[in-house]
Design a protein around this ligand. Structure first.
Ligand SMILES: *[C@@H]1O[C@H](CO)[C@@H](O)[C@H](O)[C@H]1NC(C)=O
Ligand SMILES: *[C@@H]1O[C@H](CO)[C@@H](O)[C@H](O)[C@H]1NC(C)=O
Ligand SMILES: *[C@@H]1O[C@H](CO)[C@@H](O)[C@H](O)[C@H]1NC(C)=O
Ligand SMILES: *[C@@H]1O[C@H](CO)[C@@H](O)[C@H](O)[C@H]1NC(C)=O
Ligand SMILES: *[C@@H]1O[C@H](CO)[C@@H](O)[C@H](O)[C@H]1NC(C)=O
Length: 772
């Protein structure tokens, strides 16, 4: 046969094959979400089993048989969240979505992790002594509160989870025997104890996305990354004295609720061939288990990288069901800042936490040959033996002949020529999404440099981190980095020296917002301000996995991942003090007592040294000692949450299934009236807008007066302007009337505040107004 003819035949054969509907289409993993169960809040095994059978029947009616349905479903959420995860063809998924029982069908997406002096900075202790009026003393350090963490698991051998001095496990705990952990090196020690009372692992969603099964030795809840150990120990780790990172930041490491019991839910996994992070199906399974186990608080330092519709967001769905059961859920706001509208934690039933600095820094100066000193951050293991200058070289001038110069400038793997690097201090450029400073230190070390300066580009700006490094190193911000490059260019024999990192405390101003912290406005639900508060999230020292040996027992890390468990720890204390408060009341206490001023009494700044706004920090920086006695709270319940979704355009048909009791959307509902502790008014015009709020007294009898800071170009009046309470639990409603004054820039956001005070308490709410 002539080759061309053969080729032609082959091609037409191929085309035929492609055009034909293939015998078996590609299956992908999906979540089918059905809302709430019709069974009660504490289902029996029988009820759970019949829920699973109903899942088989529902899917069976779409895919042809019960057998096929059973084969496809790999998770049946049968107790609290109603839904299942299954392998489906795209056509099948579309068909199921049309079923009136179904709220949503969405792909099993990859969500991402939002990668100790802190407590002193927050006023819980003073000069290592815990004052009597500290929330720690009053809340008995969170004794018997159970804090769960959805993350990468736990390193159970960490001292932060030792159970010395802990009594019996609280009787409310339902996760008995849930300790899916291996014993380290075949040791006899049982990995869970009276402190770490549970560790569960969920990976079927990860396997489905990977398309292969995990090696059984890798499926336990052991944290091989460190992230989950860090966040869990920040929320509820023990007092561990003498913790340092390479001799820096010496102090006692501890979590916010050091006497709480902790439970790890491993739902996030390492990246393999681009598949990893926290898969929706596993996240929902983690929420389902934590609700069943009866945790009091759930810390979730992960989320989607971009804002998304709530019914396809496993974090929003899972937390809705957890909050409905009285669990407080705390979520990181995200690390997609500093751009506007980047906050991914949008749901009003979760506390969304931004990240800011503490009053400590790990400073290493870069001293140049011209005597100029530039301030950077570092946690190097080693320092130079003597104060002498070393030759300084731009990494692009130290590249291998075959290497790409722009890659070499960032010290990418395999681009540096050890002959040119040897004995010198290397300058690497930090570009967003390229080789990070940590990796640059390693590359410099491997190539034989004596030191590494990681200089941020304009986009990385002021995002400087104190990172562990095997050699003297420093991370400089953009301005300082630019100076180094210009010095390199105009100097014949550029020289430099790096000072030993020094732990500096009482750094002013602090807190300052972290540049990476995701910002409002809330794209998903514009009438709800997000983030809610800010907490420490820069260079936070906490426990780590000892995968690479004991050097990493404690490490400094940054992210809203780190600030989220700080708030979870505080929530643990509030739960211990006020066991009967609703999740919304606790959220309100944290928000209304937050502050917008720094330690110098001036407005908190963003990372560009500009005045930060509620889009950066929501209600402000947390103040735990005030949160325990907020005076008044803005309370909310499940129906309120459904109402706000109705008014935001979510369909009643879907919301009915969301709730386990009869529900219908209110005839008319003013979005601004949602009783949230922050106040957002969109599209304000000349016509006055009235907003209603109701406060509940949780303090002693008292009379509160209102104070208002008007947003620019807005007049605000409050009626009545005084509220008198005679007993605990008493509710009072007031109206806020807002009106545009003068000329306002259409579409612009302006900020003010409303504060109720009885002289002892200050109950603050940010006012966010968008001019029409
Ligand atoms: C486990 O065993 C290996 C090899 O015996 C040893 O190098 C390592 O330090 C051990 N790990 C721990 C945490 O004890
Ligand atoms: C699973 O991992 C262990 C430890 O890394 C290894 O010894 C074993 O060979 C692996 N098994 C499979 C089936 O890959
Ligand atoms: C940490 O501080 C304690 C007491 O302040 C001291 O005894 C200890 O030696 C210090 N550790 C390091 C590594 O500096
Ligand atoms: C060098 O790499 C960058 C991306 O890292 C690329 O844009 C550029 O084209 C490359 N240059 C050469 C000469 O290959
Ligand atoms: C970098 O830090 C210096 C202080 O060391 C400060 O003056 C400068 O404004 C900072 N640059 C940026 C881009 O934030």
């Amino acid at each position: 046969m002539d080759f061309n003819v053969f080729h032609l035949l082959l091609s037409s054969l191929l085309i035929c094959l492609l055009l034909q509907k293939p015998a078996y289409a590609i299956k992908k993993s999906y979540i089918v979400y059905l809302g709430a169960h019709s069974h009660g809040p504490s289902p029996s095994d029988f009820e759970a089993e019949s829920a699973t059978n109903s899942h088989y029947e529902l899917l069976g009616s779409h895919v042809g048989s019960l057998e096929k349905a059973k084969e496809s479903i790999f998770y049946s959420y049968n107790r609290h969240i109603n839904g299942f995860a299954a392998m489906l063809e795209e056509e099948e998924a579309k068909d199921i979505a049309k079923n009136p029982k179904v709220v949503s069908v969405f792909l099993n997406k990859m969500m991402k992790l939002h990668t100790t002096r802190t407590w002193q900075f927050l006023g819980l202790e003073k000069d290592r002594i815990v004052p009597k009026d500290s929330i720690w003393e009053k809340a008995r350090y969170g004794e018997d509160i159970i804090i769960g963490n959805l993350d990468t698991g736990v390193w159970p051998e960490s001292k932060s989870f030792d159970d010395k001095g802990f009594g019996r496990i609280p009787s409310k705990w339902r996760g008995d025997g849930a300790c899916q952990l291996d014993r380290l090196n075949g040791s006899n020690r049982f990995p869970c104890n009276k402190k770490l009372i549970g560790a569960r692992s969920f990976y079927k969603g990860y396997e489905a996305a990977l398309g292969e099964s995990l090696n059984a030795s890798l499926t336990t809840a052991r944290d091989n990354e460190g992230h989950g150990t860090h966040t869990l120990s920040t929320a509820g780790g023990n007092f561990v004295p003498g913790v340092t990172v390479f001799g820096n930041g010496n102090g006692t490491a501890k979590g916010g609720s050091p006497k709480a019991r902790v439970a790890a839910y491993k739902v996030c996994w390492p990246s393999v061939n681009g598949v990893g992070g926290c898969l929706d199906a596993d996240v929902l399974a983690g929420f389902e288990a934590a609700i069943s186990d009866h945790v009091d608080v759930l810390s979730v330092s992960a989320g989607s990288t971009s804002p998304q519709y709530l019914f396809i967001d496993s974090f929003a769905i899972g937390s809705f069901h957890a909050v409905a059961k009285g669990i407080v859920v705390i979520n990181s706001a995200g690390n997609e800042g500093p751009g506007p509208g980047t906050v991914s934690s949008a749901a009003p039933w979760m506390i969304a936490v931004a990240a800011s600095s503490i009053d400590r820094s790990f400073t290493s100066y870069v001293e140049l040959g011209n005597k100029k000193q530039l301030k950077g951050s570092s946690l190097s293991v080693r320092s130079f033996p003597s104060h002498k200058l070393y030759p300084l070289i731009d990494a692009k001038d130290a590249k291998l002949a075959k290497a790409n110069a722009s890659d070499a400038k960032t010290c990418a793997d395999g681009t540096l020529d050890p002959k040119k690097v040897k004995g010198k201090i290397l300058v690497c450029l930090v570009e967003e999404g390229k080789t990070g400073a940590s990796e640059q230190y390693l590359q410099g070390f491997l190539a034989g440099a004596v030191g590494v300066v990681s200089a941020n580009d304009e986009h990385s700006g002021n995002k400087i981190y104190a990172l562990p490094s095997p050699l003297p190193s420093s991370n400089l911000n953009f301005t300082n980095g630019e100076y180094v490059y210009s010095y390199l260019q105009r100097t014949k024999n550029p020289m430099a020296y790096l000072t030993k990192p020094k732990t500096e405390v009482n750094v002013k101003p602090s807190p300052m917002m972290a540049e990476f912290s995701s910002r409002g406005p809330n794209i998903v639900l514009p009438s709800i301000l997000k983030p809610d508060v800010t907490a420490p999230g820069l260079d936070i020292i906490a426990a780590y996995s000892e995968v690479q040996g004991s050097v990493y027992a404690y490490i400094a890390d940054s992210g809203t991942s780190m600030s989220c468990p700080h708030v979870a720890g505080i929530v643990g204390l509030l739960k211990a003090l006020h066991p009967h408060w609703s999740p919304a009341a606790i959220q309100s206490a944290i928000m209304t007592t937050a502050t917008t001023v720094d330690d110098g009494g001036r407005p908190i700044l963003d990372s560009f040294y500009k005045k930060a706004t509620p889009f950066n920090y929501g209600s402000g920086h947390i103040q735990p000692n005030f949160a325990m006695d907020p005076g008044l709270v803005y309370d909310l319940n499940t129906v309120d949450y459904l109402n706000v979704l109705c008014a935001s355009g979510y369909s009643e048909a879907e919301l009915i299934t969301f709730y386990d009791r009869p529900y219908s959307c209110p005839k008319s509902y003013n979005l601004a009236d949602f009783n949230y502790p922050s106040i957002t008014v969109l599209d304000l015009k000349k016509t006055p807008v009235t907003v209603t709020r109701t406060v509940t007294n949780v303090g002693s009898p008292s009379t509160y007066k209102v104070y208002v800071k008007n947003p620019k170009g807005v007049s605000v009046s409050v009626k009545p302007s005084s509220l008198t309470f005679t007993k605990v639990g008493e509710k009072k409603t007031f109206k806020i009337i807002l009106q545009t004054m003068g000329v306002a820039k259409p579409g612009s956001f302006v900020f003010g505040e409303l504060c109720w005070s009885d002289g002892k308490h200050k109950v603050r709410s940010p006012l966010v107004v968008k001019h029409k």
